[in-house]
Ligand binder design. Structure first.
Ligand code: CP
Length: 351
């Protein structure tokens, strides 16, 4: 156990929903993530989280989130423990408040992926260390940071970040967590956001109101339509998501009929956007279903893999932003005093 970070800090800020944050907060996180990316490319990532431990609870599979969080903790001088279903008593065998209290006493942060946003909120209400929402059935805030970090790096020539037009094409119903996350980021940052979805798979009135309420403060705008042509004609970035989600394969035929071919991100669709317009995808993608291989692997129209790599850089920024201020520089005189006292106890050990 190290004593460098205050685990029992009274006031704790969690990362549950990007709309909980101001534009200023998010721009600071981008700036930090950009700097740490530069440091990485320079082979010089500073050990901002030396001695810190992150518990990572995964109720669902993950490639990008799992690897980026663990690598980011290691790079910053800390450590991450991956806790899969069946490895800890969570939910069924132990009350959430008890798990939250125990993990808070041993770790400096808790990352959780579970398809139950309310459970993440409950965990956060009992945790005395920061909780990172690593994807829920409602949103995906760590993805949102990486996505907009990537857009900032690929702005159309002569255009400012504040002026970009982000267009989601696909499922924005309650299953469409990327459409919601992108909306929350646009709302927090005050950006122009358009959603093109079939009416049956469109953003709920409640969520539209939620996003528009935040946009009243931020200055962004939200348009929801099923007119793809109109939505994409001046898009700077196109954001799709899978059409059928993991665990919902029984809906595949119905969903394919609703989305294909009109909502597929292919070269023909991109030809109806400005030349500079770029496609993202959070991955994993179903190649040649919601997005074609030709687009995904395109040298100038795709920023899909830059986006995936940025999950790592964004995670470093997020972890450092939320955990570093809890660091306490050890008082070396006290460390020596404790060491001497411990050694005098250790002398009593008999083999
Ligand atoms: N985009 C994303 O969250 O990827 P993983 O499911 O692999 O973590």
């Amino acid at each position: 156990m190290n004593n460098q970070i205050q685990r029992h800090c009274g006031k704790v800020r969690h990362f549950l929903d990007t709309m909980d944050f101001s534009k200023e907060d998010l721009l600071n996180i981008f700036e930090l993530a950009d700097l740490l990316k530069k440091a990485d490319y320079d082979g010089s990532v500073p050990p901002l989280l030396k001695g810190a431990t992150l518990a990572m609870i995964f109720d669902d599979p993950s490639t990008r989130t799992r690897v980026s969080f663990e690598t980011a903790m290691t790079d910053l001088g800390g450590h991450a423990i991956s806790l899969k279903p069946g490895e800890i008593h969570f939910g069924s065998h132990e009350a959430i408040q008890d798990t939250a209290r125990v993990l808070s006493s041993m770790c400096h942060g808790i990352m959780i992926r579970t398809m139950d946003f309310k459970l993440i909120e409950t965990l956060a209400s009992y945790s005395t260390v920061p909780i990172f929402n690593a994807m829920s059935d409602y949103n995906h805030p760590t993805q949102g940071i990486a996505d907009f970090m990537t857009m900032r790096e690929h702005l159309p020539e002569g255009k400012k970040f504040d002026d970009i037009h982000v267009v989601f094409v696909g499922d924005s119903s309650e299953y469409g967590i990327i459409s919601i996350e992108t909306g929350h980021m646009c709302a927090a940052l005050g950006l122009r956001y358009t959603i093109a979805s079939p009416p049956k798979y469109s953003l709920s009135e409640k969520e539209q109101e939620n996003i528009r309420n935040k946009m009243k403060e931020s200055g962004g705008s939200l348009t929801v339509t099923d007119d793809v042509d109109n939505a994409i004609k001046d898009a700077d970035f196109i954001v799709p998501d899978v059409w059928t989600y993991y665990g919902y394969e029984d809906q595949e035929a119905e969903r394919l009929a609703a989305f294909s071919p009109k909502y597929q991100i292919n070269m023909e669709l991109l030809s109806r956007t400005p030349d500079h317009c770029k496609a993202l995808h959070c991955l994993p993608a179903k190649r040649n279903v919601e997005i074609t291989s030709e687009v995904m692997d395109h040298p100038t129209r795709s920023i899909v893999f830059q986006e995936a790599e940025n999950r790592l850089h964004a995670q470093r920024g997020l972890l450092a932003w939320f955990l570093h201020h809890r660091l306490r520089v050890p008082d070396q005189e006290k460390v020596r005093d404790y060491e001497n006292k411990a050694k005098s106890i250790l002398k009593r050990y008999k083999p």
